[in-house]
Design a binder for this molecule. Sequence first.
Ligand SMILES: Nc1ncnc2c1ncn2[C@@H]1O[C@H](COP(=O)(O)OP(=O)(O)OP(=O)(O)O)[C@@H](O)[C@H]1O
Length: 242
Amino acid sequence: MGSVVMSGVGRTYGEGDTAVAALRGVSWTFGEGSFTAVMGPSGSGKSTLLTCAAGLVRPSEGTVFLGGTAIHALPENELAVVRRERVGFVFQEFNLIPALTARENIELPLRLAGRPVDTARLDRIARRAGIHDRLSHRPDQLSGGQQQRVALCRALITAPDLVCADEPTGALDSGSSRQVMDLLREAVDDFGQTLVLVTHDPLAASYADRVLFLVDGSIAGTMDAPTSRNVAERMAVLAGAS
Ligand SMILES: Nc1ncnc2c1ncn2[C@@H]1O[C@H](COP(=O)(O)OP(=O)(O)OP(=O)(O)O)[C@@H](O)[C@H]1O
């Protein structure tokens, strides 16, 4: 059920003379258990695509099915539950709660949903993330890379239909970035998660099964089995054309 099917999705911000068409008629299926990187020039609509897929932003037109649920048509209160319980988010700024320990941060989505904490699953995920010996630390006692790995554990703890990662390595050095990207790849390969990654970094994109290129709010092409070199070359072509 962890697929996202978008059909004819458009999103316009503002009205009249100041209206900006951020997405224009995008149709795409993020298959269950797939890892897709979304790339494109600044302002091409990457974050808007991700937030429409996750139910954070409502499309102006078109339909979005998340794990079989028509989220474009849900009332706000039901959409909030979908976001909380069926989508995991990882952002550039780790967005951990400073007063909570790493373990409490990871447990938070389950507690908010009134669901029991599966301690064995939490420990397994934390061990895979290499933070099992840091679970009683608060975020300010952790490195940036460790904080991002805690954030990723928090995104995975509910076994969501979709994991959204928006520039998750943007604030990390190359070593920490590699650890986070390895972990995202494992979330797909070993936990069967469906993952959509927005990134400007060709190296990060090379971890995906496929890259989706956006230009001016439309799909401008795809690349399967990407390498960082091939992605960088395509991005240079797109930047020249846009
Ligand atoms: N809340 C908003 N209000 C008005 N315009 C917006 C809003 N969010 C995005 N836009 C506009 O929509 C277009 C697409 O933005 P979006 O953030 O989706 O692009 P992006 O490819 O993720 O950009 P970047 O790589 O710079 O983060 C841009 O022109 C942006 O200015």
